[in-house]
Write a protein that binds this ligand. Sequence first.
Ligand SMILES: Nc1ncnc2c1ncn2[C@@H]1O[C@H](COP(=O)(O)OP(=O)(O)OP(=O)(O)O)[C@@H](O)[C@H]1O
Length: 666
Amino acid sequence: MAPSLSKFATRRTLAGAVAVSTLIWILRNRSRRWMSKKTKNQWPINNDIQYIIKEEKPKSPKAQVNAVFFRRLYQLLKIGIPGVLSPEFGFLFLVATALVGRTLCDLWLINKATLLETSIVNMNRVLFRRYLLHLFGLVPIIAIVNNILKYALSEMKLRLRTNITRNLVDDYLKGFTYYKMSNLDNRIANPDQLLTTDIDKFCESCTDLYSNIAKPLLDIGLYVYRLTTTIGGQTPLIILSYLVIAGTCLTHLRKPIGTMTVKEQRLEGEYRHINSRLIVNSEEIAFYGGNNREKLTLLTSFHKLVTHLRKFLEFKALMGIVDNYVGKYFATIIGFYAVSIPFFQENHSVLSGTPDHRFRLYYTYGRMLVKLAEAIGRLVVAGRELTRLAGFTARVTEIKMVLDDLNAGKYERTMISDYKDKVIGYPGKGKIVPRDNIIRFDNVPLVTPNGDVLVKELSFEVKSGMNVLICGPNGCGKSSMFRILGELWPVWSGTITKPPRGKLFYIPQRPYMTLGTLRDQIIYPHTKEEMKRRGNINDEDLKKFLELVQLTHLLDRESLVNNEKEGWDAVADWMDVLSGGEKQRIAMARLFYHKPQFAILDECTSAVSVDVEDSMYRYCRQENITLFTVSHRRSLWKHHEYYLHMDGRGSYEFKPIEQDTIEFGS
Ligand SMILES: Nc1ncnc2c1ncn2[C@@H]1O[C@H](COP(=O)(O)OP(=O)(O)OP(=O)(O)O)[C@@H](O)[C@H]1O
């Protein structure tokens, strides 16, 4: 036994054993390390991380290839291609022409290749050279046609995108639709995703589909014609029947793709939204050290997206096998069968002539057949893109539908309370009457977008020169009243009499700085051109407003930093550059510039020192700007003649401020 064992114990076997053991040891170590890494990098899949994306379960619109889809597609394409005389239609025509050109080039190539091959088989050098020369001379034309097609398709996509984006952005920024979409309605959570990526994908899918359907259709028409006139109608008929049957079955199998595309876009939007929130609130998060919590939210959203993408990928892979089989290979088998029919028939015209002639015919028809099968395959596969397009169409239609509804004053939101109350009414039942120098609430309820009633009926009247202080506990409805006054929230019943929008100026709790120059911050929302058109105000006046809010140093600083004569043209992200108090002071300078009839000041000076605040209020009164102030500061009472106190339980009182009035606040 021992000698037989020692036979195996050669140097090579020993080296092999050592190598195998080392490999096993390395693998074990690696798998252990991988396991520990895996637990470290695990997804936060438990339900600890919850975040609200306000979109409700999408009950509509469904994304399937059906009559509804074609109607929606038609409506969107009407926006993208405004008319037969539009340049968009011209590009559509150019693409069609280039596609015809491509097909003719293909036909010509088939013909030339067959002749070339025949000349090789027949060892005819003269003919071979001639055909080769033909090929050499005409191939550049094919290259040009190909690239004209590419360019026309890309330009068409760009034009479609431009027209649809313009249309939707016009609707989105009409009135306060952008505000209403996120605050009064919860059908759409991420309009940014819809207005950017989804429109782009819709246009891409449209143009892809146009070329993927138009070219095969053209090919099929041409080859069917050529084949029918030469070898009879039976061959093309078999192939076309196959196309109809296969297409119907595949369309049915692909149904889930549309819905999955909609979900993919929704999850992409959600992930993008969470990322941008992190950027917007980076300073606050950094101070709290909220990295880990934010990372968990981000990863939860990403995990949801990836899980869906994987499921989608698996489905697409499975469908790909079926598509390939049905659309490509089985179509070729059917094609071979169909083209063989005339050759096995007695007395068919193709059977006349020499075998060489028959061979050449078979070669030409065979090539055409392969092209026909390819075209059918592409058409069948294009059905997949059609289902994806149904998804994008549903998304873009959704935003269009919601925008139309919002512009027509229709909102959809889960309501807490039953609002079929006579006093409270319904959104939009109340009236707004425009009139200068007066603000009057006549039995107007304060209702939140959720249907929560803060005050059942509010009635008071303020004329120009009557400065009013609004007070009450947190959440009693002070800002809500302004939202209704500013026409952001609908009036549920009663009547509001007030000057037109331009004569009321609202300064919110959170100051807003626009992207642009320092001048733009003061004159917002006017542009420099509008400021010039107003005529009576120039940069010197703006400087005076800066002096009033004690911010002239900003102008000097920017002039120094920018090394320019004037700091007014300094561009920065003012939201980040300015301190909280500076932003509030800029907002007051903005008020001085606009000089409205009424100023609504919603705790907009909370970060400004009392003395500066005092001088700013005095200037407002001197300029006859009537104040509507929300503030918890007792020091501001002296600038007002009336007060409106809401108690947070639905009651309020509107009274003149007198010597014995108890002043609320700190
Ligand atoms: N977009 C909204 N959707 C639903 N409810 C809202 C919305 N905005 C505000 N609310 C609710 O309406 C109520 C009143 O809010 P409002 O902002 O008017 O309070 P406020 O009196 O200004 O309070 P504060 O003094 O804290 O600023 C609050 O309970 C708030 O949660």
